[in-house]
Design a protein around this ligand. Structure first.
Ligand SMILES: C[S@@+](CC[C@H](N)C(=O)[O-])C[C@H]1O[C@@H](n2cnc3c(N)ncnc32)[C@H](O)[C@@H]1O
Length: 194
């Protein structure tokens, strides 16, 4: 299995799925990369659901500041890398016998495939710019079931201030829960939809 050397699975994603698991749960990961987190939660989740959707355009992030050293950004925007990046994800999924559905398109276009109030858990980890995070939350929030969880990566005031600003503006700082990761210093924000 080929995994990104900078990433280990984002453990709150696994925790949220385990705490909210139910038959036919609809799970959407927005921004999947090569499946560094997906390959850990899918074997658990597919014991109770087939509704696992992985959204990525496999071009990288146009505006993201990542955690990689400068000049060595594995997520950098590069359309020419589409087939290679997607191929690695497919191979990683094949190795774990995953039955997930890949949606290879822009995150907001992919959101249109889901009916309103149809998603139980959505994890947002695509474009980390202020506009990108807002765009994704606004696209997926109406598609969340009441009681569902929408969450996202890199709630980091110093490293990713645009993520924090976008999340706080939409939900209010006091209305989100911040989850720690057992592997990574980056925090996860989470909001229970009413
Ligand atoms: C930080 S990586 C995702 C990491 C992954 N969640 C993990 O746990 O390893 C961000 C991904 O978002 C994708 N992405 C960025 N902007 C996007 C967009 N507008 N639509 C679809 N995918 C996008 C990139 O191609 C990249 O693979």
């Amino acid at each position: 299995m080929k995994l990104d050397r900078y990433n280990k699975p984002i453990t709150p994603v696994i925790d949220i799925i385990l705490h909210n698991k139910k038959e036919d749960m609809v799970i959407v990961e927005v921004g999947v990369w090569q499946g560094e987190t997906s390959v850990y939660y899918i074997p658990i989740a597919q014991q109770f659901t087939k509704n696992i959707y992985l959204v990525d355009w496999f071009r990288g992030n146009p505006e993201e500041r990542t955690h990689a050293p400068i000049g060595d950004d594995p997520h950098k925007y590069d359309e020419a890398q589409h087939d290679t990046r997607k191929g690695v994800l497919i191979e990683n999924l094949r190795e774990i016998g995953a039955t997930a559905t890949i949606l290879d398109e822009d995150s907001v276009e992919a959101a249109q495939r889901f009916s309103h109030k149809s998603i139980d858990f959505c994890f947002i980890d695509a474009n980390h710019s202020y506009g990108g995070v807002k765009r994704d939350i606004n696209a997926y929030l109406p598609r969340m079931k009441p009681g569902g969880i929408i969450a996202g990566h890199d709630y980091d005031k110093s490293g990713q201030p645009e993520v924090v600003q976008a999340v706080n503006e939409i939900f209010g700082e006091n209305n989100i829960i911040i989850l720690r990761d057992h592997n990574n210093p980056q925090l996860v924000w989470s909001y229970k939809v009413e």
